[in-house]
Design a protein around this ligand. Structure first.
Ligand code: NAD
Ligand code: UGA
Length: 465
């Protein structure tokens, strides 16, 4: 079966870029991305490509090429579902904040809502693709809802998790290491559905990189791929603390470990802690699932990855406080970076939020500069934690539009995100404008520490004595 019309529910960080690339690579397929968030859809349709709701290098060109040709963004969810042959569900699946599984399980209410909307708006057979990251066996529930719609429509359910990383989304989509498609390999209908989706991706992905599995393997592989990646970060971060007390250097240790081809050099960069919308949520979900099957040791093993990450964020904040003579009350501390990594405007679960919160609890005056994150987002990230009331947050936390202004008259500058531009700043000028002793806390190990020390800075770097 050749697909001509695709609908994607959810125009977020995954739905937007993923569908833009499918539309770019498959000009004969009409791709409609729908969302019930009107403001988000308006931003996707904005004439000015700088106003797209997601910042990703290269995304603007892809959207410019396909939008209006075969790529459309709309709030008309039912209409798009009705006319599509293949429907991707790419909605958010955050950690539950209430009830059973609170703080660990994935909240699947938007997934269920999508399934019910699809069931209600369909009168022809459809292939439904889980693009969101989901607990293993979610397809069972989705199938149950769709099969009981009572409309005589036949649905095939596929799992096609997304592996793109933010900041490199377009590159990752263009040159994916692999595309994973889980489906019902035991039935003719299931195999045809898998082949239909393979047909979409094979427009640009080599066939040997498209892996097909059963649905459960596909669902579980996504959760566990993230757990594996995050585990590498927590492992190197655990070693960074050991380096600081033994005079080993974490970058040297990392290079030596990564040179082993069985281990590989990627994802071994020590940091102030991993952030992002998914690592923590997906591991917590893995922990919850393991516990719900009674697998205590498995759950405890993966939970440690999160505990280590919390420890890393906490000890960075404590290091700043200790170095500023155990009190930061009323002291100006500049934060360079708020996004959870460079080249994205996404701040979800960013380490910066937690480090700032720790310092604000000690009544520090934190001044933030980030090249892509806007002020209301930063205030809302801090307010969301509910550690203080909004007025107090507004009086303690300032957002600067100029990095030199953020650093002026500060006691310390902390690097929270590895934005390339931070390396090119005039650090002599920053030093001259700061209170002395001027301190730099490099939470990403991106600056030239010897050069900073020559200027006169006191420098703390992760994993270095
Ligand atoms: P997001 O919050 O940016 O986007 C989700 C969108 O879905 C929102 O705009 C929301 O309004 C919309 N939505 C929710 N329910 C809807 C409904 N019933 N009808 C219409 N619109 C609806 O989330 P995201 O970052 O794109 O993540 C989506 C999924 O992809 C999650 O499961 C996530 O774990 C997974 N994922 C994310 C990334 C990433 O880099 N962000 C990478 C791989 C996988
Ligand atoms: C991650 C995965 O890399 C993607 O494959 C996956 O699709 C995605 O999660 C998801 O499911 O959401 P993402 O969170 O966008 O992608 O970005 P990463 O590059 O993985 O970085 C995550 C965090 O780890 C960032 O805070 C980053 O700074 C940190 N990190 C990463 C380190 O501290 N050290 C490293 O060596 C690598």
């Amino acid at each position: 079966m050749k697909i001509r019309k695709i609908c994607c529910i959810g125009a977020g960080y995954v739905g937007g870029p993923t569908m833009a690339v499918i539309a770019q690579k498959c000009p004969e397929i009409k791709v409609t991305v729908v969302d019930f968030n009107q403001a988000r859809i308006d931003a996707w349709n904005d004439e000015n490509l700088d106003n797209l709701p997601v910042y990703e290098p290269g995304l603007d060109q892809v959207v410019a090429e396909a939008r209006g040709r075969n790529l459309f963004f709309s709030t008309a969810v039912d209409k798009a579902i009705h006319e599509a042959e293949m429907i991707f569900i790419s909605v958010n699946t955050p950690t539950k904040t209430y009830g059973e599984g609170k703080g660990q399980a994935a909240d699947l209410k938007w997934i269920e809502l999508c399934a019910r909307q699809i069931a209600a708006a369909s009168d022809t057979d459809k292939i439904v693709v889980e693009k969101s990251t989901l607990p293993v066996r979610t397809a069972e529930a989705v199938t149950d809802i769709l099969d009981n719609a009572g409309n005589g429509v036949k649905f095939q359910i596929l799992s096609n998790p997304e592996f793109l990383a933010e900041g490199t989304a377009i590159e990752d989509l263009h040159k994916a290491d692999r595309v994973l498609i889980g489906g019902d390999l035991n039935t003719q209908g299931g195999r045809e559905a898998i082949e239909a989706l393979v047909g979409v991706y094979s427009h640009w992905i080599p066939r040997d990189r498209i892996l097909t599995t059963n649905v459960w393997s596909s669902e579980l592989s996504k959760l566990t791929a993230n757990a594996y990646l995050a585990q590498r970060v927590s492992s190197i971060n655990a070693l960074s603390e050991l380096c600081e007390v033994t005079e080993a250097d974490i970058d040297e240790v990392s290079r030596a470990i990564g040179a082993d081809s069985r281990i590989g050099g990627k994802f071994l960069k020590a940091s102030v802690g991993f952030g992002g919308s998914c690592f923590q949520k997906d591991i917590l979900n893995l922990v919850y699932i393991s516990r719900s099957y009674g697998l205590t040791e498995v759950a405890d093993y993966w939970e440690q990855v999160i505990k280590m990450n919390d420890h890393q964020k906490g000890r960075f904040a404590k290091k700043i406080i200790k170095s500023l003579y155990n009190t930061v009350s009323g002291k100006k501390i500049a934060f360079l970076g708020w996004a959870f990594k460079k080249d994205t405007n996404d701040t979800r679960e960013s380490a910066a939020i937690y480090v700032a919160d720790h310092l604000l609890c000690e009544k520090a005056n934190v001044h933030v500069f980030d090249p892509k994150v806007k002020a209301p987002q930063i205030q809302s990230d801090i307010n969301y934690l509910q550690s203080r009331n909004q007025e107090e947050n507004e009086s303690l936390l300032s957002i600067d539009t100029d990095p030199y202004g953020a650093c002026r008259d500060s006691h310390a500058v902390a690097i929270l995100t590895e934005w390339d531009e931070f390396k090119t700043y005039d650090w002599q000028k920053i030093y001259d404008s700061m209170l002395k002793p001027a301190q730099v806390f490099d939470g990403r190990n991106i600056l030239d520490h010897d050069a900073l020390r020559t200027i006169g800075f006191r420098v703390y770097a992760i994993g270095k004595a």
